[in-house]
Design a protein around this ligand. Structure first.
Ligand code: NDP
Length: 323
């Protein structure tokens, strides 16, 4: 596993990280969750990504992780980077959503209780909140670090302008922003329109989510919808549903799959290697329902480079999708 430096910080992250948004909830067996985490860690995936609302239901993924941390991972705490987040609706009333100091601090304490951790390595504001002064949210993040409850802080889904302002504030507060977590894939190219430039200038790392487009950028939907797939399972909580599978994207996946085969890769490997081709990217967070998907993903690192012809062919297939 290659480890890549996170912006201009001292921290290195594995090129492939594992996210627990789906597949670690109440419907999932503890045995499978254990195998997923162990498979990842044994492959050098030292970073597990959580949030207060991961499950389903919200909170369940942190509880599952907490159980497995106690039984399996506690001796390896110093070899692990564990993140969590707050920003989306988590509990009823005015204090369980957004970016107030009240919400962020209360949610951090809840996440520490659910996981049984003494601290998170990275704590994120999960999304910008235009109703809360940015100073308030960033001061809350910086105070988490001062209190020893987080080692580093990050931002997710902030626009380039919001990111720049947040980075300035965090720097003034003595807690530089470590990392930004945007959605980035062959099908969602938004970070190329300003965000990656801002992050490079600010010395902030970048870790992509949904780089397999929740499974669309794998070979799994090319012959229809398998019954055990995320699209068929009706998980809610933002998980892709069968009705959202877009035939145009499936056709792009079919053509990309042919290119992947010519490169001697799976489509999942091509999609992940493509995100990691940009040196401004620190890591990509995959989701997985089966251990074999983690093994598949990690092998993307066997063929990381693209020729100019391959990159041109990708753009042709995407039809200028985002660039
Ligand atoms: P992906 O795009 O990697 O999708 C993961 C899903 O794709 C898997 O659960 C599996 O679905 C399928 N899959 C994965 N590998 C393969 C493979 N090799 N072959 C076939 N199918 C495969 O990521 P997610 O959307 O799950 O997001 C990853 C992580 O990113 C989350 O867990 C979370 O940590 C983070 N995230 C952050 C967000 C934010 O706002 N900051 C928002 C969303 C995610 P199946 O069940 O069908 O097998």
């Amino acid at each position: 596993m290659p480890y890549r430096r996170c912006g201009r910080s001292g921290l290195q992250l594995p090129a492939i990280s594992l996210g627990l948004w789906q597949n670690f909830g109440e419907k999932d067996t503890l045995g499978n969750c254990r195998t997923l985490l162990r498979t990842a860690f044994d492959a050098g995936v030292t970073h597990f990504d959580l949030a207060n609302n991961y499950g389903p239901p919200p909170g369940a993924a942190e509880e599952t992780f907490g159980q497995l941390y106690q039984s399996d991972f506690r001796p390896y705490r110093d070899e692990l980077i564990i993140s969590s987040k707050a920003g989306y609706g988590m509990w009823p009333g005015p204090y369980g959503d957004g970016g107030s100091r009240k919400y962020l601090m209360a949610s951090l304490h809840q996440s520490l209780r659910r996981t049984g951790l003494e601290y998170f390595d990275i704590f994120y504001h999960h999304r910008p909140d235009s109703d809360t002064p940015l100073e308030e949210s960033m001061t809350a993040l910086a105070d988490m670090v001062r209190q020893g409850k987080a080692l580093y802080v990050g931002l997710s889904s902030y626009s380039p302008d919001e990111t720049r302002r947040a980075c300035e504030l965090l720097r003034e507060l003595g807690t530089p922003c470590l990392i930004h977590q945007p959605k980035y894939s062959l099908l969602v190219r938004d970070p190329e329109h300003g965000l990656l430039d801002v992050l490079a200038e600010e010395g902030v790392g970048c870790i992509a989510f949904s780089s397999l487009a929740q499974g669309v950028l794998t070979d799994k939907y090319l012959q229809g919808v398998p019954p055990d797939s995320r699209a068929a399972r009706q998980l809610g909580n933002g998980a892709i549903e069968e009705s959202q599978l877009n035939p145009a994207n499936i056709e792009k996946a079919r053509q990309l799959n042919e290119l992947a085969q010519q490169r001697g890769q799976t489509l999942a490997q091509l999609a992940l290697a493509w995100v990691l081709r940009d040196p401004r990217m620190t890591s990509v967070i995959i989701g997985a329902s089966k251990p074999s998907q983690i093994t598949d993903a990690v092998q993307c690192l066997d063929k990381p480079a693209f020729t100019a012809d391959e990159l041109a062919r990708i753009e042709q297939i995407l039809g200028g999708a985002g660039a």
